[in-house]
Design a protein around this ligand. Structure first.
Ligand code: HEC
Length: 150
């Protein structure tokens, strides 16, 4: 096959432009953004679990705050009907949006309560544990209704 240098250069330039524009679309895509955020919350929960196991209470505050901050953004990351082949979001979200928003709020307040408690430096392990369980319950309460099973 005879390929001119000119067309090769053009092909590379076009591919580069396509990649760049795809990147822009992905960054602004609420589905990708929320999946990323939920993964972050999962990692933050693991970090909190580690900190609890080692009795390192001060290390709980930052990940708990991160969870609360993401939770506050959840409603805005679910614009009406935003779903695709990869998404595990159920249509029930948009049929019950006030309830969905309330469940995001519970995640936010329970994570913030855990952050405040750990930041006080005066909490007992039992108090921390109970605040942590409330956060895990807030995840489950929403997934049960609004997330497809694996
Ligand atoms: C208000 C509802 C709600 C709450 C609260 C919630 N989630 Fe989710 N979560 C969802 C929905 C809906 C999806 C599916 C999103 C999608 O695929 O578009 C999801 C997806 C996920 C995923 C999969 C992300 C991926 O890779 O696709 C993880 C992990 C996750 N959530 C962890 C958590 C953790 C940990 C908490 C609590 C700290 C939590 N979630 C709280 C609704 C919620």
């Amino acid at each position: 096959m005879k390929v001119s240098l000119r067309s090769l250069v053009l092909t590379a330039a076009t591919a580069g432009t396509l990649l760049a524009s795809t990147g822009l679309v992905l960054a602004a895509d609420p589905i990708t953004e929320r999946m990323h955020g939920f993964k972050g919350s999962k990692h933050a929960m693991a970090a909190i679990r580690d900190a609890m196991a080692s009795g390192h209470q001060a290390a709980i505050t930052a990940p708990a705050k991160e969870i609360a901050a993401f939770a506050a953004r959840i409603p805005s990351l679910f614009p009406a009907g935003s779903t695709n082949d990869q998404s595990k979001a159920r249509d029930a979200i948009w049929d019950n949006f006030p309830d969905f928003t309330a469940k995001a709020k519970t995640m936010q307040t329970s994570a913030q309560a855990l952050a405040d408690l750990s930041a006080s430096g005066k909490a007992t392990p039992a108090q921390i544990k109970s605040a942590f369980v409330k956060v895990t319950e807030s995840c489950k309460a929403c997934h049960q209704h609004y997330k497809e099973k694996e």
